[in-house]
Design a protein around this ligand. Structure first.
Ligand code: PLP
Length: 404
C-alpha cells in the first residue's frame, strides 16, 4: 500500500497514463446523450438507486466523472471503500442525517461541535431529536430509535479530543460519525478505529486554498448508496470545477499539514508565555490532558496535534476584538485549514448560533480566539500575532484605566 504522502499526490490519478493526460479532466456536461434508451434506462435506475457509476452518467445531478475522481482520491486517503462529495460540509452532514432517518429520528451528539452543525441539530429543522451527551452517557442514552452518534474530534473551537474508540465501544450497534475536519486524513483515520462515517468540511484543509466550498462523507460502499440517493434527491451537489480544485489541493495536503502543524507547535509554545494570554488550547501542548490520544502509543488516534488552536485572553472580549483589528499578516476571518493563517472569534462568529449558556459551558467565551495556522514562516506569523496581542493588551489596558 502506498504511503499517505504518495497517496496525497497520486490518488485519483491512476488512469492518467491510459488517458494520456497529466492533469485531471474536467467534465462540465449537465446532460449526456442517450441513443440507446434501454441502456439509458438501466443507467438511470442504477444511479438513482445510489450506484457509484453507470455506463451513461445520464444527468449531472446523478453522476459527474470529475466529482467521482475526487471522491475516489479522498476515499483512498481516508482508507474507506467510498466517499460521497457534496456542495458543502453542511450539505454532507444534512444528507447523512437524512439518510439515517429510516433507522430512527433520535441522534446523540457530543459537544462541542461546529456552531452551524450544533444549530442544525438543536433547532430540529430535519425533524430529528438531538440529545447532547458526554461520552460517558452514550451507552445509557442509546435508544432503539437512535440512528447516529455524532462526534467531532478535535472539536471546533476548543480542540477538545474525543476518544473515538471509547465512543465506538459505547455505541453498540449504532453507527458513529466522526467529523474529522480539523485532523485531516493525514493525522487521523476514524474509520480504522470503528467509525462508520467520516465527515470533512473539504472547504478547509482538503481544498486548502480558501477557494472551494465542499463536504464529504467517507464510508463503506453499502452506506454510500443511501448518501448518493439523498444527494440525487436533494441536489446537494459538488460542482465539477470545485471538485477539480479540491483534487488539486489534495496533492499538497500532506506537505501543507506537516508544515502548518510544525508552525502551530511552535506558536502554541510561544503563546503560552505571552502576557496577554491566560490559556492556550492545543492538543499537543505539554501536559495536556488528552496527550495519550496523540502520537505513536497504543491509545493514540492522531498522528500529530494539527494546526488549529484557541487562546483565552486576559482582556476578554475587548482584547479579542482589538487583536482581530490589529493583525496585519494573519487574516481576521472565519474558516480554517488554508495555506494562509486565519484568526476568528468563535462566540461572535462561528458559534454565534449556539446559545450563550451552552457556549460558556464548553469554554466558548467572549475572550476566546481561534487560530488556524498556515504555512507561512513561523517567525513572520509570530511577529504579527505578538504585535497584535501586545497592542490589544495596551488598548484594553488604556480603556480600563480610563474607566477607573
Ligand atoms: N465541520 C467543521 C468542523 C467545520 O469547521 C465546518 C465549517 O466551518 C463544517 C463542518 C461545515 O462545513 P462547510 O462550511 O463546508 O459547510
Amino acid at each position: 500500500m502506498r504511503r499517505i504522502e504518495t497517496c496525497s499526490v497520486h490518488a485519483g490519478r491512476d488512469d492518467f497514463a491510459e488517458l494520456g493526460v497529466h492533469a485531471s479532466p474536467i467534465d462540465l456536461s449537465t446532460t449526456y446523450p442517450v441513443h440507446d434508451l434501454a441502456a439509458g434506462t438501466a443507467s438511470f435506475d442504477a444511479l438513482v438507486g445510489g450506484a457509484a457509476h453507470a455506463e451513461n452518467p445520464i444527468y449531472a445531478r446523478l453522476h459527474n466523472p470529475t466529482v467521482a475522481r475526487t471522491e475516489q482520491a479522498i476515499a483512498e486517503l481516508e482508507g474507506t471503500e467510498s466517499c460521497v462529495a457534496f456542495g458543502s460540509g453542511m450539505a454532507a452532514l444534512t444528507a447523512l442525517l437524512l439518510s439515517r432517518r429510516a433507522a430512527g429520528s433520535h441522534v446523540l451528539v457530543v459537544r462541542p461541535i461546529y456552531g452551524s452543525a450544533d444549530h442544525l441539530l438543536a433547532c430540529g429543522a430535519l425533524g430529528l431529536e438531538a440529545e447532547f451527551v458526554t461520552v460517558d452517557q452514550i451507552a445509557a442514552k442509546r435508544r432503539d430509535d437512535t440512528s447516529l452518534i455524532i462526534v467531532e474530534t478535535p472539536a471546533n473551537p476548543t480542540l477538545k479530543l474525543v476518544d473515538i474508540r471509547a465512543v465506538v465501544a459505547a455505541a453498540g450497534d449504532v453507527p458513529v460519525m466522526v467529523d474529522s475536519t480539523f485532523a485531516t486524513p493525514i493525522l487521523q483515520n476514524p474509520a480504522a478505529l470503528g467509525a462508520r462515517y467520516v465527515v470533512h468540511s473539504a472547504t478547509k484543509f482538503l481544498g486548502g486554498h480558501g477557494d472551494v466550498i465542499a463536504g464529504v462523507v467517507c464510508c463503506a460502499d453499502q452506506d454510500a448508496h443511501a448518501l448518493r440517493q439523498m444527494r440525487a434527491l436533494t441536489g446537494a451537489l459538488l460542482h465539477p470545477l470545485g471538485a477539480y480544485l479540491l483534487h488539486r489541493g489534495l496533492a499538497t495536503l500532506a506537505l501543507r499539514v506537516e508544515r502548518a502543524q510544525a508552525n502551530a507547535v511552535e506558536i502554541a509554545e510561544r503563546l503560552k508565555k505571552h502576557a496577554a494570554v491566560s490559556r492556550v488550547y492545543f492538543p499537543g501542548i505539554a501536559g495536556s490532558e488528552q496527550g495519550e490520544l496523540i502520537g505513536n502509543g497504543d491509545a493514540a488516534q492522531m498522528r500529530g496535534p494539527g494546526a488549529l488552536m484557541a487562546m483565552e485572553l486576559h482582556g476578554g472580549f475587548e482584547a479579542a476584538a482589538a487583536t482581530m483589528a490589529a493583525v496585519k499578516l494573519i487574516t481576521p476571518a472565519v474558516s480554517l485549514g488554508s495555506v494562509d493563517s486565519l484568526i476568528q472569534h468563535p462566540a461572535g462568529l462561528t458559534h454565534r448560533v449556539v446559545d450563550e449558556q451552552t457556549r460558556e459551558k464548553h469554554g466558548i467565551t467572549a475572550g476566546l480566539l481561534r487560530l488556524s495556522v498556515g504555512i507561512e514562516h513561523v517567525d513572520d506569523l509570530w511577529a504579527d500575532l505578538d504585535q497584535a496581542l501586545t497592542s490589544a493588551m495596551g488598548s484594553t489596558g488604556d480603556r480600563l484605566r480610563d474607566a477607573a
